[in-house]
Each structure stands twice: as C-alpha cells, then as structure tokens.
Write a protein that binds this ligand. Sequence first.
Ligand code: ISE
Length: 335
Amino acid sequence: MSIRLAVIGAGIMGADHARIIARDLPGAILQVVCDADEARARDIADQNDAAHTSTDPQATIARPDVDAILIASPDHTHAELSLACINAGKPVLCEKPLSPDPNECLAVIAAETAQNRQVVQTGFMRRYDPSYTEMKTALTDGILGAPLMMHNFHRNVDAPAFFTGQMAITNSAPHEFDVARFILDTDYTAISVFQPARTGSTTVPPVFMVLETKGGQLVNIEINNNAAYGYDVRGELVGEKGTVCLNTPIYARYNLALEARERYAADWRPRYAKAYRLQNQDFLRFVQTGIFPATAANAWDGYAAALTAECGVRALDQGTRIKIEAAEMPPLYRR
Ligand code: ISE
C-alpha cells in the first residue's frame, strides 16, 4: 500500500517536495497539501495531483488518511508541528532548521525520548549529496589521513525578502554546521563570527565563521546570501595527506563568441536535486520499515545545528569567541 504523505507549507520548498513526492518517489502518494493560503495550497495540489488541500496544519497531521508528514512551513513553526507529529505517532521529515531556538529542539527531543522512539528526520539533505558523500568516504577510507580543517563557502544569488541579518547564521549556515559535523564525526567546542566592515547596502551582509571541534579541527564558513553571480557552494576537507574538494555538477559548457562559460544555478534546488531525492527516498523507507536511516539527520542533529547557530549569533553580537556546550545526549540518539 502506498504511503500517504501530507506536505505542510506550499512555499518554495513545500512546492519542490510536493513535486518530488508526486513524480519521483515510487511507493508514496501526495495526499494533502496544507498552507495558510488556500489558493496556494490548491495550486500546488493541482500541479501535483494531490487529492486534498487544507489550511489547518494540526488537522492535517491528525487526518486518518495521512501516514506521514513533510514540514516545509516557516522556520518558527517547525518544532511545534514536529511535536504534533510525535504526539500523533506519525513519522515526519522536518525541513531545516528543526527550530531556530535550541530549547524548542530540546522539547522535541524530550517528546521523542519519552516515547523512546525516533519520529523526526531533520532535512539536512547535503548529507545525501554525492560530492559530500565522496568527501566523507575519503576520510573514513583513510586516504586523507587525519582531518585538520574544512573550508566552506555558501553563496546565494540574493536573500529572500523575509530574510533578516541573523538568518545568514540561523537559516543558511545550519547546512554547513550539520554537514561538517557529519563528515568529521565530531562536535563543536567554540565559534567566532566576523563580518566585513564594508557590507554595502544589503540588509543581510556576509558572515565569516570559525568553529573549533572536539577532534581538534578548524572549520571556517563564509555565508553570503547576496553573492549576486550565482548559487555557489564550495567545500574543501584538508587532511594530513591531501585534500578533497566538492565539485558542483555541471552538465554543459558553452563555447560562444570567443568565450567558454558554464552556468550557475539560480538557487539550491537544481544544485541539490539528487540529494533531496535520496533524502526523501530514505524518509519513505523509514516510514515503511520504522528503521531510522543511518545517513539522515535526527532531532539531536537539529538541536546541535540550532545550538551552534544561537552561539554564532551571540558571537557576532558580542564580538567574541563563544564556547558551545551542549546538553547531555539521550541514549536514544547514540549511534
Ligand atoms: C535555504 O533555506 C536552503 O536550505 C538553501 O539550501 C540555502 O542555500 C539557503 O541559504 C537557505 O536560505
């Protein structure tokens, strides 16, 4: 029997997940599209042959014809809706961040721990991207030697209208916070955050972060939400014996009028199309088998990213290095 999925939030990510479910996730059907804007929910439902629409997320989660949920609503609603899924006993793939507030993440962790069952998969899809997979494999296979540093650049064309300056750290950077932690298999001990003195007219200036890890590595991250030229994510893992760099999949090179050029994606969706598909396939298997996927990020990983982001906002505000001290990890999350 097909797994009946509801998508909550019909914005840029909800629309993309609805498309993936409807066209690229055998074994699943798009049962409900829920959005506060009924017309937007109906539009995405019609585009993807969904049977039903709703404007009530809580009622959508409770529906007897919904087996699992994909949350793609605004960041501040993620934890509350994840808690509703836990209480309903329904698996949920929650888009990142699990919450911008680490305390809300701890409430989700407490609810899962009380049931002694993982219900929440957090949507850090870069773990599934083939270039990051190769980077992690190079480390675990030992060909790099001991890891020393990881350099990361994360550049968007322009920040969405709703973006505030902090969201470079609380919304964009959690991708790097999570994937660097995943690849290095370690946790962070401190963060320092800087901004260029010249930030131009933008309301979302670039940030440059340096994180220290329990494994003794340094991780630096540049986030520039207004890079203008294209969507461009780069990474280089530096080991004692060599380095591994991410490659962006380029499908064509143009030779025209004495020039050779390649195109950048306009945003993350084409760059991580395969990662989203693999992530969502793992989520479907999780719903079908009840076995939490080894690669996927869980609620604890969501908490770790949110705590790092909160410390990063403090480090920027205070202009000082901030120690990152996490709560005790419950046994439920020990791998
Ligand atoms: C957005 O929410 C994403 O998840 C994208 O992957 C990231 O590049 C972008 O900066 C975020 O705002």
